[in-house]
Ligand binder design. Structure first.
Ligand SMILES: NC(=O)c1ccc[n+]([C@@H]2O[C@H](COP(=O)([O-])OP(=O)(O)OC[C@H]3O[C@@H](n4cnc5c(N)ncnc54)[C@H](O)[C@@H]3O)[C@@H](O)[C@H]2O)c1
Ligand SMILES: [Zn+2]
Length: 235
């Protein structure tokens, strides 16, 4: 869902996926490049006709095209090349984007994994989100180690973990430092650093650890909330 929100906020966002299950579209993503095709698509082996068939079991196995030839799943099988148009568009999207988020891939299957060095070669920022180290970790400008389901909403700011101004105003309770997981701290620190860029002394910022940065931010928030409450009480 965080990726859907990212696209809503940044319509130029392109989602490049190796998944063939169509779940990104089901969640609401629109601009999706499916490197390995789509399991819900059926394709003629002769005339190239392609159509969507969402029936969980096809009445006729193997399915046939109207032309009479055999049809096959519209995915890339092992050893087959990726669709030229899709990999071309993915390459273009990587080259023209400021940031490449590499999420949930072991980064070993090419040509998909090749998009990472491509981004670096074009001077783009690479941010990896993965619980484990991968070959991408060495190349990435920043590796956020943890589950994407936790880190991505913090980065995008679509989750309750994201500090919201409205929380402070309404007095809704934010997580305390002690309640936050390590990936949440890393993600919040990364969000804070991007927000503070150009607004805080870069030297001071670079010397602060993620933990200290988040602690200071939460302390400031807490004081702001208490201050607001006191003001209300005074009235
Ligand atoms: N490589 C292919 O040919 C191919 C084809 C079709 C579909 N896919 C799908 O594309 C995706 C990526 O492909 P792959 O070959 O890199 O898969 P992979 O199985 O080699 O790697 C999956 C990666 O996801 C990471 N991961 C696990 N849980 C995570 C989480 N909660 N948040 C973030 N990362 C997490 C793992 O640490 C691992 O590095 C997979 O979902 C795979 O099923 C791949
Ligand atoms: Zn046909």
């Amino acid at each position: 869902m965080a990726l859907v929100e990212l696209e809503t906020r940044k319509p130029e966002f392109t989602l490049i996926t190796q998944n063939v299950d169509g779940l990104h579209e089901l969640a609401g993503s629109k601009n999706v490049l499916k490197l390995h095709g789509d399991i819900w698509q059926v394709r003629c082996t002769q005339c190239g006709a392609a159509w969507v068939d969402r029936r969980p079991s096809l009445p006729e196995i193997p399915p046939h095209c109207l032309c009479g030839a055999l049809a096959r799943p519209g995915v890339v099988w092992f050893g087959e090349p990726l669709p030229k148009r899709i990999i071309g568009e993915a390459t273009q999207a990587v080259k023209s984007s400021a940031i490449l988020l590499v999420i949930g891939t072991s980064a070993v299957v090419y040509p998909a994994a090749g998009l990472i060095p491509l981004a670096k070669a074009h001077g783009r920022t690479v941010i990896e989100i993965n619980p484990d180290e991968t070959p991408c970790s060495d190349m990435a400008d920043c590796s956020l180690h943890g589950p994407a389901g936790e880190i991505l909403p913090c980065l995008v700011g679509s989750d309750s973990h994201r500090p919201k101004e409205s929380d402070a105003r309404s007095g809704a309770r934010m997580k305390t430092f002690a309640e936050m997981s390590a990936p949440e701290i890393t993600a919040m620190a990364s969000w804070l650093r991007s927000k503070l860029q150009g607004r805080a002394n870069p030297l001071v910022l670079s010397q602060l650890s993620d933990e200290e940065l988040v602690r200071r931010y939460l302390r400031g928030k807490e004081e702001g909330i208490n201050h607001g409450t006191r003001k209300q009480e005074e009235r």
